[in-house]
Design a protein around this ligand. Structure first.
Ligand SMILES: Nc1ncnc2c1ncn2[C@@H]1O[C@H](COP(=O)(O)OP(=O)(O)O)[C@@H](O)[C@H]1O
Ligand SMILES: [Mg+2]
Length: 251
């Protein structure tokens, strides 16, 4: 049940010195659709999503959000365009609780010029807001406020995904969201992704876990050496074909 085209990347090219990390990559994702990006280590997957998220700047190529050309110079611009990303190297602050992590980097949430009492009220609102989202997405978090450093990998990942879900209006990008997780924790994150999709968000997920890809993705593209080398429907019948595209077995 996918909808309007939300994100279109055309001819994305990015070089790091001698390494051509992205070579004319094109893709699109629709509302309520999960696109899997597959590929071996070094294929360019993380570089691709970092360009869409404003961490890196494309050397050439274009990004459109809702059909409008987007100049995504930095992560704040990406967020403003409704694109939220959960990076492979999870950026959570160990010393902060889940509410604080939820709003970290959003300085607009509690401006320091507000009087102390107002800041306190604003924080109370934020805690309520994050509790609502956590409830809506049925995330299991410890009842007591705990610093994120005390949480399990799954809980940390759940906060990061929930955070992206809370703020994304258009696109959520997840780089290897279940790589470090156990079965139950992976289940939580997969369910979250499916819920995002139900809510009409366009989702891009990078994953090596073929079973997860089969379950949650509507389409799968394969990258190798910076290029998109194929697209297959992620069905059990296509599994071997996808794997051979990933490893380059048909070269
Ligand atoms: N910041 C960087 N500086 C230099 N080279 C990089 C950088 N990021 C990625 N690369 C290189 O770009 C290529 C693609 O990397 P990456 O996008 O991380 O691949 P993947 O996520 O598919 O494993 C690799 O050759 C990698 O070494
Ligand atoms: Mg990567």
């Amino acid at each position: 049940m996918s909808g309007a085209r939300v994100l279109t990347v055309t001819g994305a090219t990015k070089r790091f010195g001698a390494v051509l990390a992205l070579d004319h990559v094109s893709l699109h994702v629709d509302a309520g659709e999960v696109l899997a990006v597959l590929g071996d280590n070094g294929a360019g997957k993380s570089t691709l999503i970092k360009c869409i998220s404003g961490v890196h700047k494309l050397d050439s190529g274009t990004i459109e959000v809702d059909g409008v050309h987007a100049q995504i110079h930095n992560p704040a611009v990406a967020r403003h365009a409704g694109i939220e990303t959960v990076y492979q190297d999870l950026a959570l602050f160990d010393n902060l609780d889940s509410t604080a992590n939820f709003f970290a980097g959003r300085e607009e949430a509690v401006p320091s010029w507000l009087p102390l009492g107002m800041r306190w009220m604003r924080r109370t609102d934020m805690a309520k807001h994050s509790a609502e989202i956590v409830g809506r997405l049925k995330i299991n978090l410890p009842q007591k406020v705990a610093s994120v450093g005390m949480m399990s990998g799954g809980q940390r990942q759940a906060i990061a995904v929930a955070r992206s879900a809370a703020f994304a209006s258009r696109v959520v990008i997840l780089d290897e969201p279940t790589a470090a997780l156990g079965l139950r924790e992976s289940r939580q994150v997969l369910d979250l992704i499916l819920r995002l999709r139900e809510e009409g968000v366009a989702v891009i997920v990078i994953s090596h876990a073929m079973d997860h890809v089969m379950e949650i993705a509507d389409r799968a593209i394969v990258m190798r050496r910076g290029r998109v080398v194929g697209e297959e429907e992620p069905t059990p019948e296509n599994r071997n074909r996808l794997v051979s595209l990933i490893v380059g077995g048909d070269d």
